[in-house]
Design a protein around this ligand. Sequence first.
Ligand code: PLP
Length: 432
Amino acid sequence: MEKRTDFFNLGTDELNDLYQELQEKYNEYKNQILKLDMSRGKPCPEQLELSMEMLDILNSDEQLKAMDGTDCRNYGGVDGISEAKELFSQMLGVSTKEIILGGNSSLNMMYDTLSRAMLLGVSEGELPWGKLPKVKFLCPSPGYDRHFAICELLHIEMITIDMNQDGPDMDTVELLISEDDSIKGIWCAPKYSNPDGITYSDEIVDRLACMKTKARDFRIFWDDAYTVHHLSDKPDQLKNILTACKTAGNPNRVYMFSSTSKITFPGSGIAMLASSEDNVNFIKKQFGIQTIGPDKINQLRHARFLQSLDNLNVHMKKQAAIIRPKFDLVLHHLEADLGGKNIAVWNKPNGGYFISLNTLDGCAKEVVSMAAKIGVTLTNAGATYPYGKDPRNRNIRIAPTFPSIHELKLAIEVLCVCVQLVSIKKILAGRI
Ligand code: PLP
């Protein structure tokens, strides 16, 4: 049989034969007692090694002084030390007055920002969102499961918005937010999005910045986690949303987030929040109650290790050199095993941490569960949608960075066998 034949064009006997063949393969993998994990976007040990030098950069009292003389061992500096603010404000395309540096997790900053909005409101004179009968968020999906988990925990109702190839379905977004003032925000992962690897077009950025919202205190939660995480020599370009919001006369509309989790160490990096000066000053007052200051020694280490935006980009090229072969391997196997069969589609990202695979409708859960039964862990099917419910039960997120090349090869082979088995079952069931 031609290897790349459209499964829908195969006769029932041919499909049954193929099913038997694939089932035998599945059983062979089962006998190997695998323990492989493609579920979370974690850097692999080789990537972490790239930043080990950073740990030896500071070793005496004199070296623990920031450029303005701040003793980084002591309390203070609630928004971060100058040299780190300088570097990361350049990375995000904002001024040093428009950024706050936090601890090691941007997710933590997003959680805190949303919690403060619920408890205290987003600016002077605005009601805390938690005092309103209902708060809703727009959730372009597939998206980042942990964004959705924050909403679920805080009882914020989520509305799923389709993702197109250039960003969220803006016609729906604009319609909903113009009519409903209980919609207070939207989650966006605008560059090399998790999991689709999509970068929002300039037009989408402008529409988000300009759109008329019924809620005065509407906010865009702009999670630019993968802003410097390119896999290609021709990186995607993302329009600066803060500038676009200012130009549109909505300077306070956006909170931008990012971190060095996948630049240096996820367990010991630096998170950042950027916004208008008004928003930053409002948040800083509240931040100063929450903490007397972040880990400035870590900020100093990062500033001295990464040095400049140019140097940071060189460092990111080393990261890409480690993970690009893993993305290539997954893409090669998807094409070789699933290409031309009309049972799955996937993206080829220019950056970020994920490959997003869409099976035939109704198949993702079974594929993930079949793979799990023989020791291959994938992100739960559904996790990329609000409430864990993928309406078409078809999206599977593949995280290729952490496993070794050998493990990854096995894991993707298993995944492709499972996709084919479940697809054949579905096609045959449709013929009864
Ligand atoms: N945002 C996105 C879109 C992510 O994919 C991830 C991690 O996978 C994070 C945030 C987590 O960031 P941090 O490590 O800074 O908390």
